[in-house]
Design a protein around this ligand. Structure first.
Ligand SMILES: Nc1nc2c(c(=O)[nH]1)N[C@H]1C(S)=C(S)[C@@H](COP(=O)(O)OP(=O)(O)OC[C@H]3O[C@@H](n4cnc5c(=O)[nH]c(N)nc54)[C@H](O)[C@@H]3O)O[C@H]1N2
Ligand SMILES: Nc1nc2c(c(=O)[nH]1)N[C@H]1C(S)=C(S)[C@@H](COP(=O)(O)OP(=O)(O)OC[C@H]3O[C@@H](n4cnc5c(=O)[nH]c(N)nc54)[C@H](O)[C@@H]3O)O[C@H]1N2
Ligand SMILES: [Mo]
Length: 781
């Protein structure tokens, strides 16, 4: 690990002379010492978080800037939106609601390190391909547009005008607009998002893959089918008054740390907090809220859980069905177990659902969930006794073959007791990237609704294509076949985030042109097409000057609140453009005859918002409402019990229970994030709350599964996945770590383990890669 400020003197680790252009297996920084694993006994957040932040600020040379910036983050009036997760801002808008990972995320963007033209002159792409991902990002912020020069194998500077001309020329040269794909990582603000989808659709394609295809696609599809909306229906006020919270498949202390506040407050108020996760994560124990200065000073922790259940990986649906079965069985003698009035008035499909629940034997529910009947009945009791319940979930539920069925089962359970359309009750998915939900709202959808396209056509005067486009997996396969030849990445790190790393690499390398709009150097710049551009953009913390003055952009959080974000820092380089300006530049070059006033939009983002207000549902009077303190909430028909479903009612589903029990000798492996990482950005090799130090190439295993394989702690193992098509993929020399995880289950870190996710192993329900449910064997190396 380096503590140096100066990019040029940062020694990258291991620089092979003639490295193959293989992605590195070591993604993180050089471990600071030998691997070490011991249980973490401290509460989540609190002083452990404070210490970690201090070390991080020192490394980035941002002692002053970091804290100063954080003071301007997530304010009810002004300030920028935290570029970290999508958890909503505190409804009271009064105290500073910040978290360790938010601070790291902001500081990461504000680093003083720079990667300029001298850097690219000094290092060829082949050489950089041998660097670890940590070393790449650690070079700092990109400063000017660069183009790949195949003669020298170096990136060389290019002016913005020429860069746009290259994009425009290539897009205009395509015989079919569907040969281009436009990827979005969920950081992109709403205004840039709207222009980006307009560019794609005016060009003539719905090829709009996004990170959501790997994330909450299953939630969107399930909620749409059940409730006629792609989003959750609750907000933070509901969290503040609910009687019972059920938290499934989220590592909140690391990935949505501000949820800890809500959990602790719920506990203090006497609400039940049930965690459903194969691992007992830190958020399921206790916490010290960093902004609660008294608790910090007294080192006083609050519990964040009243019940923890550890189902097997993929066992959630069986558990939920068991809870429903218990409620239904009880309803024979207890006429308040079900909300019959609600069911009759607002739902359809109840009888079929009741029949399938009652017909599913308890033995099957126990086997598939990996839990004992008594535990399931315990959870059902909590649910029965609560007047108002909220179910919240993240990737542990969605990244499975049957993710859609499982989310629908959550809704089924909510409907049974009328937990919808009233205060303190309803579904509450936890989104990932800070604006991933806004991206969908503003048109990033490869399967757009006809009504949206009609309005886009009418307001923007374009002829949008009607056939569905490609999602993330579809795009990778199409690039690999040679059907898609231009890839544009609006943020993100596609080469590393996507499944089947070598396959995705070949797909990107088959392209005629790859364009990456980024803030920092990453793997996706080194895995490129025949022509390649790096277009550096402003970060969310930075001032965006346009003709009409300093501009702001809007974002939508996990709970449908839309608010403005205004950067306040001087840009990392004078040569950066804003994301809206980059989209407009590409659009003008690709569509020279376009009637869309691209340049005029960029002069003043209010103009983009005025157009959005006419196209998007719920954005009426956008410019005024977005400037209200805390912004505004997009209206949510399902919350008002208005269901845009074929029946006009909330629809129960009655899917059969999937078989998730691993076959003899195999384990179900879930890939997940460590505490000290942001998707493909690795801050350190530690995973504090799981007690891991200096180690990322590990696999967490149940002790009995280890014993059965003759494995001791830190034994080196080979992990081999078997895809549906029978093909196998392996990683070698990973360290086995005994962990409190159900038998038959294993876990390890993304993105290292993405090599094990076969490209064809995506859910038939959501097309989402099955990143939480790889079928693996583990053997001593
Ligand atoms: N600091 C930080 N914050 C982030 C991110 C980050 O990388 N770093 N990423 C952001 C993004 S894009 C997203 S989508 C979210 C991701 O947030 P999470 O969903 O928390 O992400 P993962 O680390 O993949 O963790 C998944 C959790 O699911 C559990 N799990 C695995 N399999 C199962 C299962 O079958 N059933 C159940 N019930 N649980 C299971 C794991 O034990 C783990 O606790 O976080 C966002 N916030
Ligand atoms: N095996 C496995 N794979 C997974 C997952 C998993 O759980 N398991 N999770 C999946 C999920 S949920 C997601 S969301 C994806 C994440 O996929 P992505 O969103 O594609 O990846 P990130 O790592 O978040 O992207 C980081 C890069 O974004 C760029 N960036 C940062 N800030 C900005 C900005 O303001 N503007 C622009 N233009 N660029 C910026 C930086 O250059 C940085 O290198 O990964 C998926 N991959
Ligand atoms: Mo995500």
């Amino acid at each position: 690990m380096t503590t140096s400020d100066d990019a040029a003197t940062t020694p990258p680790r291991k620089q092979p002379q003639e490295p193959p252009r293989e992605p590195r297996e070591d993604v993180g920084p050089s471990p600071a010492g030998p691997p070490h694993v011991a249980p973490y006994h401290h509460p989540a957040a609190g002083w452990g978080a404070a210490k970690s932040v201090t070390r991080f600020l020192a490394r980035e040379g941002a002692y002053l800037d970091g804290p100063r910036a954080v003071m301007r983050m997530n304010h009810e009036n002004g300030g920028f939106d935290c570029p970290g997760c999508a958890w909503p801002d505190d409804t009271k808008g009064l105290h500073l609601d910040i978290c360790e990972n938010g601070i790291k995320h902001v500081t990461w963007e504000m680093t003083r390190k720079r990667v300029g033209r001298e850097f690219f002159a000094a290092h060829s792409v082949t050489e950089l391909s041998g660097w670890s991902d940590f070393a790449l990002e650690d070079q700092g912020r990109l400063t000017e547009p660069m183009v790949y020069d195949p003669d020298t194998d170096h990136y060389v500077p290019i002016g913005w005008k020429d860069a746009f001309a290259l994009v425009g020329r290539t897009l205009r040269g395509l015989d079919d607009p569907n040969r281009a794909a436009f990827y979005t990582s969920g950081r992109l603000g709403n205004e840039a998002t709207f222009l980006y989808q307009l560019l794609a659709r005016e060009l003539g394609t719905n090829n709009l893959p996004d990170c959501s295809n790997m994330c909450h696609e299953a939630s969107g599809r399930a909620l749409q089918a059940s409730l006629g909306t792609g989003k959750g229906t609750v907000d933070l006020k509901d969290w503040e008054v609910t009687d019972a919270l059920f938290i499934l498949g989220v590592n909140a202390a690391s990935n949505a740390p501000r949820m800890l506040t809500s959990l602790a407050e719920a506990y203090k108020r006497g609400a039940q907090v049930v965690h459903i996760n194969p691992l007992v994560e830190a958020a399921a124990t206790r916490t010290i809220i960093p902004h609660d200065f008294t608790d910090m000073a007294l080192n006083r922790a609050t519990r964040t859980s009243t019940l923890n259940l550890q189902p097997r990986i993929g066992g959630d649906m069986a558990l939920l069905r068991g809870m429903a079965k218990a409620i239904l069985e009880q309803s024979a003698a207890d006429d308040r177990a079900l909300d019959r009035l609600f069911i009759d008035r607002h739902t359809t499909g109840f009888e079929a659902y009741r029949d399938i629940c009652l017909a599913t034997p308890w033995e099957e529910i126990e086997r598939q969930s990996g839990l004992e009947r008594a535990d399931i009945l315990g959870a059902a009791r909590v649910y029965r006794e609560a007047d108002r319940s909220i179910f919240s979930w993240c990737l542990g539920v969605t990244q499975h073959e049957h993710g859609v069925d499982t989310v629908r089962e959550i809704v089924n359970l909510l409907l049974l007791r009328g937990n919808l359309g009233r205060e303190g009750a309803g579904p509450s998915p936890v989104r990932g990237h800070s604006n991933v939900q806004g991206n969908r709202t503003c048109g990033i959808d490869h399967r757009p609704a006809a009504g949206f396209l009609d309005r886009l056509a009418e307001v923007c005067g374009i002829e949008p294509p009607r056939e569905h486009g490609l999602d993330t997996v579809g795009t990778i396969e199409a690039m690999r076949r040679g059907d898609v030849t231009v890839f544009v990445g609006m943020g993100g790190n596609f080469a590393l985030a996507a499944p089947d790393t070598p396959y995705t690499r070949q797909a990107l390398e088959s392209c005629e042109l790859t364009v990456q709009v980024s803030t920092k150097l990453n793997r996706s710049h080194l895995v490129h097409g025949r022509a390649a551009l790096i277009l550096p953009c402003l970060g969310r913390t930075e001032k965006d000057h346009q003709r009409a003055g300093v501009q702001s952009t809007s974002v939508e959080d996990s709970m449908s609140m839309v608010h403005l974000s205004v950067g306040m820092k001087r840009p990392a380089s004078p040569h950066l453009l804003s994301e809206p300006a980059i989209v407009a530049g590409m659009a003008r070059a690709a569509l020279p005859d376009s009637a869309t006033p691209w340049e005029w939009y960029i002069e003043d983002y209010d103009r983009i918002r005025d157009t959005m207000a006419r196209v998007l549902d719920g954005f009426e009077d956008f410019n005024r409402r977005v400037r209200l303190p805390l912004g505004f909430r997009i209206k949510q028909p399902a919350r008002e019990l208005v269901f845009d479903t074929p029946s006009g009612r909330a629809e129960f589903s009655a899917a059969p229970l999937p078989d998730v029990v691993p076959g003899a000798g195999t384990l179900a492996l879930g890939t997940m994030r460590s505490h000290d990482q942001w998707n493909t950005t690795i801050y350190s090799d530690d995973d504090r709350y799981r007690g891991v130090k200096n180690l990322r190439t590990l696999v967490f295993m149940n002790r009995d599964d280890m014993r059965e394989r003759g494995l001791a702690e830190f034994d080196r193992v080979d992990v081999t996945s078997t895809a549906r098509d029978g093909s196998t993929r392996s990683v070698h020399g990973y360290l086995a770590v005994p962990y409190d995880i159900p038998r038959g289950c294993a876990a390890g870190y993304m993105p290292e383990l993405n090599v094990l996710c076969a490209i064809g192993d995506y859910s038939t329900q959501s097309d989402q890669p099955i990143m939480k449910h790889l079928k693996v064997t583990i053997e001593k190396s």
